[in-house]
Write a protein that binds this ligand. Structure first.
Ligand code: GLY
Length: 349
């Protein structure tokens, strides 16, 4: 299966291949950026399919708490040591963290070299590896440093998902639910009836998500409009992840909680009804995803929203589902209603 990503600037176009990775040949230097877990499980399989002039492996620590400029420096140092040049290619071999950092390193090394995404987590296959968002976190929040920088190709191999732990798998499901709730009611209803633990269903869902993402990115590469919808649940999730030092929740888990919080706001605005909210929560919980979080200090939580990239002139932007399969992008929500929502979220637990 192949899905083309058409960006306005034609030279940036590329293809996402699903279960099509047979062989990759390069007549230049290549560095694979990976983490110890993925390399232990899958590097051998990848190396069997790869040929290059010279090949280097750069291993970075696993986990969102390592997605920072220090790790970027570490990657860049290895690239200089191995004397990669402007014709070289980086391969991101891992989940969203590896993908985001590899893409960012590729975007700034010698003012930009090619990179390829070979995502090994469900979350990364259905969302993060496609669309060219790259970057790292800092102490102010998530993904605040980075660049839009498109890969040259993305290879999603479901074989790599077989070793995912349940929590990792479910974290990916959260992003699948996100796309269904905001863009495709029929897909949402299909997800309610079909388990993603089944390989054929999983492949269908991955394809569907990449198709949705392809459309969105083609319309709005730099997130000046519709692409923001992919951030449903993320405004809340980023604060939760930052408050818990990126340690308690996987990104997709925080997104699951964030979607439920966004839904509480959506009900107040008449965009969702109680039954729709219940169905979304039940679908998330059927994959054992967390759906609640105790906010210790509501004022601090609110203030943290203001560090979000999407807040402009202290105006917060919320992505809210409009019934199932629709969305609204709102930047006119009064502070009182947001604070009231955060109190409700706490009392509903
Ligand atoms: N993960 C959201 C986006 O790529 O825009």
């Amino acid at each position: 299966m192949k899905i083309d990503i058409d960006i306005d600037e034609k030279k940036k176009n590329y293809t996402v291949f699903i279960n099509e990775l047979r062989s990759l040949n390069f007549d230049s230097k290549v560095a694979i950026i990976t983490n110890p877990k993925v390399s232990g499980l899958h590097l051998e399989t990848l190396l069997e399919k790869l040929e290059s002039k010279e090949l280097y492996i750069v291993t970075v620590p696993d986990g969102e708490e390592h997605k920072n400029l220090q790790t970027i420096n570490f990657i860049l140092d290895r690239l200089y040591e191995h004397q990669l040049d402007r014709r070289s290619t980086l391969i991101a071999f891992g989940g969203g963290v590896v993908g985001d950092m590899t893409g960012f390193a590729a975007s700034i090394f010698l003012r930009g070299i090619d990179f390829i995404q070979i995502p090994t987590t469900l979350l990364s296959q259905v969302d993060a590896s496609v669309g060219g968002k790259t970057g790292v976190n800092n102490r102010f929040g998530k993904n605040l440093i980075g660049a839009f920088y498109q890969p040259k190709a993305v290879y999603c191999e479901t074989e790599f998902l077989k070793t995912l732990q349940d929590r990792e798998f479910s974290a990916g499901v959260a992003e699948i639910v996100k796309m269904a709730v905001t863009f495709d009611r029929e897909f949402f209803e299909w997800l309610e009836k079909n388990s993603l633990k089944d390989e054929a269903n999983l492949q269908k869902a991955i394809k569907k998500c990449i198709e949705i993402k392809a459309k969105v990115v083609s319309l709005d590469e730099k997130e000046s409009g519709i692409r923001a919808v992919l951030n449903y649940g993320h405004t809340f999730a980023h604060v939760i992840e930052n408050e818990t030092n990126y340690k308690r929740y996987l990104h997709g888990e925080a997104v699951a909680i964030g979607m439920v919080m966004a839904n509480t706001l959506a009900i107040s605005l008449g965009l969702l009804d109680e039954n729709e909210v219940k169905r979304i929560k039940e679908l998330l919980e059927s994959y054992s995803l967390p759906t609640s979080y105790k906010i210790d200090n509501i004022t601090n939580f609110y203030e943290a929203f203001l560090h979000d990239k999407k807040s402009i002139n202290k105006k917060l932007k919320f992505i809210l589902p409009k019934h199932l399969g629709g969305y609204e992008i709102r930047d006119d929500i009064k502070k009182e209603l947001i604070l009231d929502t955060l109190s409700k979220v706490n009392s509903e637990q």
